[in-house]
Design a protein around this ligand. Structure first.
Ligand code: 6PG
Length: 240
């Protein structure tokens, strides 16, 4: 397998700026070539600075009406809940730029119903299997990505585009894109920052830890994912 594309940035702000620049380049290319840019946003806290910077610096630099926003995963909470990935993205970005459409995972609904609804929304938008131009992901300290947590049922689902996923250790059910959906994307970019992620990043990028224990290892799109990481998260990596 080709060596991973790892880009290390000194500080989280440098990471946010580089990610915003890469996002803008991908968006411009997709809109130029295909007339639209379909992106799945990452949840969690890491992307917040990048979303805010996108809204602040690229408000007038992108053809936002051609940008269609989906989500890599969602918590089973209403969209105004403090833990909602949609709420974070709305406050940091979506309320500040005129995107063409926003496709929220409906965390307020019964999880299986929400997952089926999302799959219908995906296939309606893409006219078939979901082919994202870009999927943005984070990595948890346990090596999870999206809501694909270690040793959870969703890791083995290969005949769905999005599913509900019971996460026992969090005592909750999450909604997530599946591995096949993520791996069909033209580009997948991980955003990883902070010393707390160093161990997980090393396990995912180096060594032979089983993917069921470090689900981020399951992300293998055709071109290989890009890793945008800060110096702290990269501190345990070897040959950089
Ligand atoms: C979520 C995310 C999850 C996240 C990682 C990293 O819903 O929590 O989608 O996969 O990206 O847990 O989260 P932080 O960026 O908060 O460290």
């Amino acid at each position: 397998m080709s060596p991973p594309n790892v880009y290390v940035f000194e500080a989280p702000q440098d990471l946010a700026e580089a990610t915003a620049k890469a996002f803008a380049q991908e968006a411009k290319r997709s809109i130029r070539e295909n007339g639209c840019f379909a992106v799945a946003l990452a949840g969690g806290s890491t992307p917040k600075a990048f979303y805010e910077l996108l809204a602040a610096r690229y408000r007038n630099a992108l053809d936002w009406i051609g940008i269609h926003v989906f989500f890599s995963d969602e918590r089973t909470v209403p969209p105004d809940h403090k833990d909602s990935n949609y709420r974070m993205a709305y406050e940091a970005l979506l309320s500040r730029v005129p995107v063409g459409s926003v496709h929220r995972m409906r965390g307020e609904l019964d999880p299986p119903e929400a997952a089926v609804l999302y799959e219908k929304e995906l296939t309606a938008f893409f006219g078939g299997p979901p082919g994202f131009d870009l999927v943005l992901l984070g990595v948890g300290e346990d090596g999870h990505t999206a809501s694909l947590f270690p040793r959870t049922p969703a890791l083995n689902v290969n005949d769905r585009w999005a599913v509900e996923n019971p996460v026992q250790k969090l005592e909750t059910i999450r909604l997530t894109l599946t591995v096949p959906t993520i791996n069909m994307a033209r580009q997948v970019t991980f955003l990883v920052a902070g010393e707390g992620k160093a161990e997980a990043l090393k396990k995912v990028l180096e060594g032979d830890a089983p993917p069921r224990d470090y689900p981020a290892k399951l992300v293998r799109p055709a071109g290989g994912p890009d890793w945008f990481v800060d110096r702290s998260a990269a501190s345990l990596l070897g040959n950089l």
